[in-house]
Design a protein around this ligand. Structure first.
Ligand code: 5GP
Ligand code: ZN
Length: 114
């Protein structure tokens, strides 16, 4: 947990953000600046800065996060597919230093990204 991390604060409920799915270790909520009709962020409640900061002990947690992504995609009715993105570090375009999975769907997405 990091005192001044935005997503740690959201995970602690400091902003009364509506969680779409919440477990002991995982929280998910809609992105404030959606890039697709469905744009959900799925985060570990534990502060992990990025994918590059994962440790061996996080193996189970990563499975929980991806299963949450799958359940949310089903909940959102994304039957035609969706995209899962983990921006990592400066070149990866990460702007919030707390690991998060973007779940994007509800329209045909372009590839490759910019
Ligand atoms: P990144 O650029 O790090 O991959 O993704 C960070 C995401 O967090 C962005 O898509 C941004 O719109 C979203 N975001 C930033 N601040 C907030 C916030 O206070 N609430 C919510 N729900 N999303 C946020
Ligand atoms: Zn954090």
């Amino acid at each position: 947990m990091s005192a001044d991390c935005l997503f740690c604060k959201i995970a602690r409920g400091e902003f009364s953000t509506e969680f779409l799915l919440e477990t002991e270790h995982v929280a998910s909520f809609r992105d404030i600046n959606p890039q697709a009709p469905t744009h959900i962020l799925v985060i570990p409640k534990k502060h992990i800065e990025s994918l590059a900061h994962l440790e061996a002990e996080d193996q189970g947690l990563m499975g929980e996060l991806l299963l949450a992504v799958k359940d949310l995609a089903a909940q959102e009715g994304l039957r035609d597919g969706y995209r899962v993105v983990v921006n990592t570090g400066r070149d990866g375009g990460q702007s919030v230093g707390h690991l998060h999975f973007h779940l994007l769907g509800g329209r045909a997405l372009q590839w490759p990204p910019g």
